[in-house]
Ligand binder design. Sequence first.
Ligand code: ZN
Length: 138
Amino acid sequence: MKSFRKELWFNTRNRREFINITRQVEECVRESGIKEGLVLVNAMHITASVFINDDESGLHSDFERWLERLAPEKPYEQYAHNGFEDNADAHLKRQIMGREVVVAITDGKLDFGPWEQIFYGEFDGKRRKRVLVKIIGE
Ligand code: ZN
């Protein structure tokens, strides 16, 4: 069995952003040379997510509004976590949107369903943060 590991780095301009990382994950699969296997993609921070959904801007603004209703950023003092930080909402948003995805690799390609794309979801950005890509197979 072969294995491959790579970190992808992000530094968003805004506190919250969704970034399509599908091409970067495909590049990792190519680089790994693995034709049959699994790729795990996970956020390495507890205020960011990796998830799969449609690359459609209306849906992304729906996610933003839905998450703000569930866990509004402000007022900061509404959260017990915000004693020394202001990112309690980001922890909660990440919990809902998920930590990681696993995608099958078939014949050297990501074996997606219709419209599936991989996204990095940032909820406490403006600093360097990482995503881990781990691929196993042969
Ligand atoms: Zn925190």
